[in-house]
Every structure is written in structure tokens, then in C-alpha cells.
Design a protein around this ligand. Structure first.
Ligand code: ADP
Length: 352
């Protein structure tokens, strides 16, 4: 006997018809599984049909609550319309995702670490990666402002934070969101570590790369991160002058001693082009970070010029990488180098 299973996709109202050549429940179950896999983008891994009850296994790893609930609704309504189905049960499973962490560090404050992090996240998102930002800079949490999400508090799901989505497609969580506006964040040791844990261990959904904007130096946050969430690699940013470089060398040393590879160094605020006469001068010198990188056997990822437009657009919540044009170029070039490091790192991980 031939039996027809007719299923309707709720969102576009299109109908999928499956002809099933067998009337037994196991054959029906297989037909239902085919459809359920389509509706769930392959997340429905099995469908069993017994005595009119369809039991589905759904892998909801990495889905936001709203997306998960919508998928469950779609599946339930589609399967319940199939002939021979009286009841639908959906068992949700979640595999722990391996999410890569990349630390962005500096020896000193004010050298452009947050600016670099925000622009790299945007440029990598434009390259098709799913990137989130953890702003762990307790001394100057500036990512909410840089990404145009000042004053927006994250929601919660149970005891987990839900990152705030920015207009540039980059979700973020910041130490600044855990404190009252204007309040000094005076956390030491365990408290700082717990705050970091809340930010990293949040509902990041399908984000597969977190850029962590670290506080300058080699303090409690760095140590907590190295103990609990060892990053896959670190990027160090410095201005070209000696003092900043000496501090950067300390930050590099901390990561290296902890077995975290240094992906490379970035030089910021080199080469100031006078907006009036166009003459290029170098208030902080030029090439210092590149020379230091070479001397330490590290890769040099690129140089960002000193340009007041970078500050103005960043302060306005629209970082240069989101705008395009020549100001975006140095950030995009650095992001492309980071992306190729990530590709080769992922290949290495897959082959071990
Ligand atoms: P950090 O995170 O290292 O403390 P920030 O990224 O917050 O540094 O940068 C400090 C200040 O310098 C900000 O006002 C930022 O807009 C500005 N800034 C950063 N890089 C540049 C640059 N290349 N040209 C001009 N201003 C910059």
C-alpha cells in the first residue's frame, strides 16, 4: 500500500510532498526524518515513529533561544501534520561548541587596543566569520561605545548573559555592562576572574571566534584568562616608541611563557598626515613595533596611521572598518592576515 506524507513549511507556506512506498511506521519515520532534516538544516538527527508517537532528536547547540524555539515550533507543526502521527515529542540535545578565543593585548593603555579589536571583529565578520567581542578591559571598557551600544544592558537566559548585538553584526559583552555607569571597576583576583567567566561563558550562539579586549599589562584578568580560558593566540599592539614597546615585550613574555602563540604585532599611531598640508610626520616614531617583532622572531601584522578620523568615527560608534574607504584598509589588511592564521590553526587542529 502506498501512503503519502504531506508536510508544510510554516514560514514560506510551501508544501513538500513525500511519497512513501511502505505503510509501516519505520518507513514513515525514515520519510519524516528526511523532511525534518531539511526543516532543521540537518539538526534533527533522528525521527522514530511508534504507535502514532513521533520522537525527534534535535541538536540545538549554539542556537539562540528565539531561533531554537522557532525551529522546535516549525518541526512540531510540520511533523504533526503527517499522516499517522498523533503525538510529537522533541528531545533537544546540545554538544559543547569549541569556540576559539583570541586575546588582543598591549603593555600600555591608550595605544589603540580597543580600536583594533572592534575594527578586526567587524572586518572578520565582513569576511564571513562569526565573531564576538569580550571587552575585559576593566580600566577602560570602551567596546559598547565603539560599537554604538552605549547604555544597552545585556539580557539573561537563566544565569547566562545574552550578548548585545551591534549594528555591525558583532555581538559584544563588556565589563562596563556589569558595573553601574561611571562606577570604578575595582575588582581584584577572584572577582575579576568571575566577571571574565560571565562574559566568556555567555549565550554566544553560533559565534565561533571571540576576540578578547584585555586590560593593558599583565594583571589579574590576564592570569584568570590564561588559567580558565587559554586563548588560541594573542595579538599585541603597540605604538612605535620605546616605552610602549618595553611594556609590550612584557605582555608578549606572559603569553609566551603560558604557551599561547603570539599571532603577531600591530603598530598603531605611526605616520601622521597633516590634514592641511599633507606632510607626513611621526610623533611617536615609525617602524619600532615592526623592528621589535622581527627582533623577537614574531610576525608583523600591519601598521595603522595616526588619523583623527579614526578617533572621531570610533567615538561615534561607527569604526572605520564599518565605513569602508581608505581608513578601513589597514584594519582589513590586518584582519586578512589574522584570518589566514586562523585558517591554518583550524587545519592544524583538525589534523591532530
Ligand atoms: P586602548 O584600548 O589601548 O586603551 P583605545 O583603542 O581606547 O586604546 O584608543 C585610545 C584613544 O586613541 C581613543 O580615543 C582612540 O579613538 C584613539 N586612537 C586609537 N588609534 C588611533 C589612531 N590610529 N589614530 C587616531 N586616534 C586613535
Amino acid at each position: 500500500m502506498r501512503k503519502t506524507v504531506a508536510l508544510r513549511k510554516r514560514d514560506d507556506n510551501s508544501e513538500i510532498m513525500i511519497e512513501n512506498s511502505t505503510s509501516d511506521e519505520s518507513g514513515m519515520g525514515a520519510a519524516l526524518q528526511h523532511i525534518a532534516a531539511q526543516i532543521s538544516d540537518g539538526r534533527c538527527t533522528s525521527v522514530r515513529l511508534k504507535d502514532g508517537r513521533a520522537t525527534l532528536s534535535l541538536d540545538v547547540s549554539g542556537l539562540e533561544v528565539a531561533a531554537r524555539d522557532a525551529m522546535v515550533d516549525r518541526l512540531r507543526s510540520a511533523v504533526s501534520e503527517a499522516a499517522g502521527v498523533a503525538e510529537v515529542r522533541i528531545a533537544m540535545t546540545a554538544q559543547k561548541r569549541t569556540r576559539m578565543l583570541i586575546a588582543v593585548g598591549s603593555g600600555k593603555g591608550g595605544v589603540g587596543k580597543s580600536t583594533l579589536t572592534a575594527n578586526l571583529a567587524i572586518a572578520l565578520t565582513q569576511l564571513g566569520r562569526r565573531v564576538g567581542i569580550v571587552d575585559a578591559d576593566i580600566y577602560g571598557p570602551s567596546q559598547p561605545r565603539l560599537l554604538g551600544k552605549d547604555d544597552v544592558k545585556p539580557g539573561t537566559d537563566g544565569d547566562k548573559l545574552i550578548p548585545v548585538m551591534s549594528a555591525h553584526g558583532v555581538p559584544l559583552l563588556s565589563m562596563g555592562q556589569l558595573a553601574k555607569p561611571g562606577q570604578a571597576i575595582a575588582w581584584r583576583g577572584p572577582m575579576a576572574g568571575r566577571a571574565l567567566e560571565q562574559l566568556v561563558d555567555a549565550m554566544w550562539g553560533d559565534v565561533d571566534l571571540l576576540l578578547v579586549d584585555l586590560p593593558p599589562g599583565t594583571g589579574d584578568i590576564q592570569l584568570s584568562m590564561l588559567q580558565k580560558f587559554k586563548p588560541s593566540g594573542a595579538i599585541i599592539i603597540s605604538t612605535p616608541q620605546d616605552l610602549a614597546l618595553i611594556d609590550a615585550a612584557r605582555a608578549i613574555d606572559l603569553f609566551t611563557q603560558s604557551g599561547v602563540p603570539i599571532i603577531g604585532m600591530v603598530e598603531n599611531m605611526a605616520g601622521y598626515a597633516c590634514p592641511h598640508c599633507g606632510e607626513v610626520s611621526d610623533p611617536f616614531g615609525i617602524g619600532g613595533a615592526e623592528k621589535e617583532a622581527i627582533a623577537m622572531g614574531l610576525s608583523f601584522l600591519g601598521r595603522i596611521p595616526l588619523d583623527s578620523s579614526i578617533r572621531l568615527s570610533s567615538d561615534a560608534g561607527v569604526p572605520p572598518a564599518a565605513q569602508g574607504g581608505s581608513l578601513a584598509d589597514p584594519f582589513r589588511a590586518i584582519a586578512a592576515r589574522l584570518a589566514s592564521w586562523l585558517d591554518s590553526h583550524e587545519q592544524d587542529m583538525a589534523s591532530t
